[in-house]
Design a binder for this molecule. Sequence first.
Ligand SMILES: *[C@@H]1O[C@H](CO)[C@@H](O)[C@H](O)[C@H]1NC(C)=O
Ligand SMILES: *[C@@H]1O[C@H](CO)[C@@H](O)[C@H](O)[C@H]1NC(C)=O
Ligand SMILES: *[C@@H]1O[C@H](CO)[C@@H](O)[C@H](O)[C@H]1NC(C)=O
Ligand SMILES: *[C@@H]1O[C@H](CO)[C@@H](O)[C@H](O)[C@H]1NC(C)=O
Ligand SMILES: *[C@@H]1O[C@H](CO)[C@@H](O)[C@H](O)[C@H]1NC(C)=O
Length: 424
Amino acid sequence: MLRLAVLLLCGLKGFGSELCLEDGVPESQRKYIQDGAGIDIPIGIFESNWASSWLLNKLTEMLVQEVMGYHAKVDPRMGANGASCFYALPGCMDFDNKIVAEKQCGINETTLHISVDSWVGSYASAMDQFNKEFPRIASVDLGSMGYAGEESMYVSQAILNDAYGDSGLALDFYKSYNTTHHNPRKYFDSIHDVDLSELEMCNETDMSNPSRIGDYAKYSGDYDGVVSQADGTFVAKCTDNRWWYAPACRQNSSQCIPLFTSGNGWKLQALMQWSTAYGMPTAIALSKGYSTWMKHVKNHRALHYWWVPDSTFIDMLPEPLTFARHSATEWLEGDKKSGAKGSYVSKLVSHNLQAKAGRVREFVSNMNFELPEVQRLLLELDQLGSTYNVSCKWMKENRDGWGKKRGGSYIYIVFTSCLSLRKD
Ligand SMILES: *[C@@H]1O[C@H](CO)[C@@H](O)[C@H](O)[C@H]1NC(C)=O
Ligand SMILES: *[C@@H]1O[C@H](CO)[C@@H](O)[C@H](O)[C@H]1NC(C)=O
Ligand SMILES: *[C@@H]1O[C@H](CO)[C@@H](O)[C@H](O)[C@H]1NC(C)=O
Ligand SMILES: *[C@@H]1O[C@H](CO)[C@@H](O)[C@H](O)[C@H]1NC(C)=O
Ligand SMILES: *[C@@H]1O[C@H](CO)[C@@H](O)[C@H](O)[C@H]1NC(C)=O
């Protein structure tokens, strides 16, 4: 009975097959916002090129469409890095351009209004500088997504379980790698099982970046692990131009544990400093390209760099290693031996969203997720293969979540009259 009453009150316009929620606002009833010239436009959503961004921006789009009743669209242009969003939302045309002057900012009104899962933490000073330079169009930071981005050294669940079951050794703790007390190496593969042709050459990566390696030498004091150049700078001392051996296994590389990173040397200096400061017997190499990196981590019993939320290795349920407590002062100076700190992931909206659709802005500002939940959704994304399907499942299963407290925070508190009626 109640259901019928609700349908009548809301004006039943047919359940469009494109709808996820059977009582969602159908496309024909959605509102547009207007640009400065009074022309109808959809709310533009900006995503970046990684899995958590695809998923959470899709979910935002669907909630704005079906629950808030606005036309909304994830823009086909994608941000390349954590800084792209705070250039794109103000309307900069070439938001990925490395040079601010060439980004073409402030020419046309922005068509992008929302970006969630914005990894701005590593770009705080660039964002601050841009916002001071363009105060009239600067994006608005609506606060944390509820989780932080975490980068560290990881070990797979299978290796963890083997070591703990075999000898009670906790390989997710840095002190377990002290070779005076333990033999962690026996739970890993040998570095000599890895095909050298699949590794980047040290002279072509951050292994030869004088600023990274100079800081490594300066703060670790490990001058045996570096080679001094004619100009006084340092590069890493590699074997076969591929592997860098940490002091704890430098005398005998058969005792080294392989540690894979990739890119140009993601987190390389910290990986080297941790290995040296805590006596870990690692050999570090860069896999050639993303897919080789995935293959190395999946096919070898090894340590590896990773970040969360992300789905690349999610099926292996890897755990980050715990290191000594983070020291912000040391990291600021360039000394990276303490543990890393989670970086800020925010919700950004355009300066004009308040005026154009204030309720939508309020909805975005209430969005809040916990890291394990995002990881669970990304695992589902791996299995279901579609951001639409994962988002739709979440929306159906979390109906109460839009209006109720979950984990102390509101996911969604602004109701349309239809939805608040339906809740009773
Ligand atoms: C700004 O908008 C106008 C009208 O939509 C368009 O013709 C022009 O190409 C845009 N400018 C840039 C730099 O894209
Ligand atoms: C790196 O070393 C290899 C072989 O040792 C050489 O062919 C290559 O040109 C070097 N690359 C750079 C950037 O120096
Ligand atoms: C190096 O370590 C391996 C494995 O522990 C061992 O079998 C070998 O004898 C060692 N080589 C030397 C020269 O100590
Ligand atoms: C490893 O353990 C030994 C013996 O307790 C200790 O002397 C040494 O400092 C430890 N190494 C590190 C890097 O903590
Ligand atoms: C999404 O779900 C629909 C309905 O269950 C299914 O037909 C479709 O294949 C799914 N899409 C993907 C990419 O898995």
